[in-house]
Design a protein around this ligand. Structure first.
Ligand code: DGJ
Length: 517
């Protein structure tokens, strides 16, 4: 049997392994409801993914569907989708839509929704029940943990035939929306007590939650509640089938008040708390719908947390974040949301793009537009898929350098190689084109590869260098089985500027010194 999918840190670099080989998920996440019907996936999703060159797909599994009746499980739809994925040679990441999704409990089965006594709700500060099961409700957490454990057991059985499922996201954007904390009786009782030992030692504080954390107490209290609950659920699943597991965060947004974003969610600054209370969760992930991409990557990619992007904004301008995520951050996954829309005629796309839904989801409308994104993503994924073997090789040597134009005030950057510098000038940002982005692979003395979009590059001698630099060969091409297959040699008019335009490209440069002392 093939080695199970696993997450390992090798040479200081976190790597996801599938079928025993490094695997970067060039991915997309389907719309929330697409995977509730295998026929819809067959007719309305898979046909529109073909031109995108994805190697993986994130699809939800819904508690309300797999356990309609308590203790009676049905995985028919999931099995059909796994079969479809195998036919398309695409790996799957499963999103467990269980107790909590975007801060509410809309995916719990009917027998959970309708029994508010056994499965009590969170309450707001006016003690009104909210549309979310309280994370302090042990019966609910146990019921979810049991269902998730059965799902993971089933996935383990399916994976014995073919390792199709390689990642699992536990719940979706957990946290309490609309209130800074849960004010239910059980929650209030706990909130008035001493903070637990683990929290006390982690934050070196003592006393009640308010004595220890002051005005931050409600949010830290909810972080404790959700991390502990999700930790219990993840443990149940990991015991059944030890796949890499992650959680995704609705990241903090203006006006930065917990409850305005889900209070208690796995946001980066509570990483240590989540790692302590939910050790079976391997990765905390950001859902990226804003444009401060480098800042988000710095927050989520840390020594003990690889970067994995399960949801990314859809617009052509920011989709080139992909090159920075791969080149600089060794992301395990890059996954624009609602991927089935990208090559679909606009009139047949799902309706959630309308302004009212965008407002509820607190998503900037510009982040949602996906005109022109599909074509670009197909080119970029095809280029990267062929280049990943080479990227892994040089990433281990610290010889891959990513860059990204974060805003229109930036003119460019300088990449420092061993024996020369490379000046990167960002091309003017035209309407509906991707931000300048890319990476350089230093493949040897006097040779490097460049990949990306919308930049011009040139060689600069090191400041200390007296000799001049010249180009031996400048060519375009692609990688095949880890080897560079050269296309045209670019010389004459094509060499005055070494350029990457709006279509992602790969180029190789061989250079030399002249005018020896
Ligand atoms: C973030 C959520 O995680 C997704 O399921 C989806 O609701 C998007 N927001 C917006 O469509």
């Amino acid at each position: 049997m093939q080695k199970s999918p696993e997450l390992r840190k090798e040479d200081g670099i976190w790597t996801l392994f599938a079928d025993g080989k490094p695997f970067t998920m060039l991915c997309g996440e389907v719309h929330n409801s697409s995977a509730s019907d295998a026929g819809y996936m067959e007719e309305q999703v898979w046909p529109f993914l073909k031109g995108l060159h994805i190697n993986s797909l994130l699809v939800p599994v819904y508690w309300e569907m797999i356990e309609r009746q308590e203790n009676v499980f049905d995985f028919t739809v999931l099995d059909a989708i796994i079969k479809q994925a195998e036919r398309e040679s695409v790996k799957l990441g499963i999103l467990w839509f269980g107790l909590w999704k975007n801060g509410i409990s809309s995916y719990t089965p009917e027998w959970v929704k309708t029994d508010q006594k056994r499965f009590f709700r969170a309450a707001d500060r006016n003690n009104r029940p909210m549309d979310v099961v309280s994370p302090f409700c042990q019966a609910a957490v146990d019921a979810d943990a049991k269902a998730f454990g059965r799902l993971m057991e089933h996935i383990g059985e399916k994976n014995e035939e073919q390792q199709t499922v390689i990642l699992v996201q536990v719940e979706n954007e957990v946290g309490l929306l609309g209130s800074d904390r849960d004010y239910s009786r059980a929650a209030n009782e706990l909130f008035g007590k001493e903070i637990p030992d683990g929290i006390s030692s982690l934050y070196e504080k003592s006393g009640t939650w308010e004595q220890a954390f002051g005005e931050e107490a409600p949010e830290v209290f909810m972080e404790y509640a959700y991390a502990k609950a999700v930790g219990r659920i993840a443990k149940s699943g990991k015991r059944a089938c030890p796949l890499p597991m992650c959680v995704n965060a609705w990241i903090e947004k203006f006006p930065w008040r917990p409850g305005g974003y889900p209070s208690g969610g796995p946001i980066a600054r509570f990483g240590p708390l989540w790692k302590m209370l939910a050790p079976d969760i391997d990765i905390l992930c950001p859902d990226v719908y804003t444009s401060d991409f480098q800042g988000i990557c710095r927050e989520y990619r840390t020594a003990d947390n690889p970067l994995l992007i399960p949801e990314h904004r859809r617009d052509i301008k920011n989709i080139s974040h992909l090159f920075y995520a791969v080149g600089t951050c060794q992301t395990l996954c890059f996954s624009p949301f609602g991927i089935e829309d990208f090559l679909m005629p606009p009139e047949t796309r799902t309706g959630i793009g309308n302004p009212d839904v965008m407002k509820i989801l607190n998503i900037d409308r510009n982040a949602w537009e996906c005109e022109k994104t599909g074509e670009f993503l197909g080119w970029a994924y095809q280029l990267l898929d062929s280049a990943m073997e080479v990227i892994y090789r040089y990433q281990k040597l610290g010889k891959v350098y990513g860059f990204l134009r974060e805003n229109e005030h930036e003119k460019g950057t300088v990449i420092h190689l061993t024996n020369c510098d490379i000046r990167i000038d960002y091309l003017d940002q035209k309407q509906d084109t991707p931000k300048a982005a890319g990476f350089i692979i230093e493949s040897g003395e006097g040779e490097f590869y460049a990949a990306g979009v919308n930049f011009r590059y040139s060689l600069l001698p090191l400041k200390s260098e007296k000799r001049q630099l010249g180009i031996l060969e400048y060519s375009e091409g692609r990688f095949e089985n880890g080897m560079f297959k050269r296309g045209r040699i670019l010389n004459g008019d094509e060499r005055y500027c070494m350029l990457m335009l709006e279509k992602p490209e790969l180029q190789r440069v061989k250079w030399y010194f002249y005018q020896e002392d």
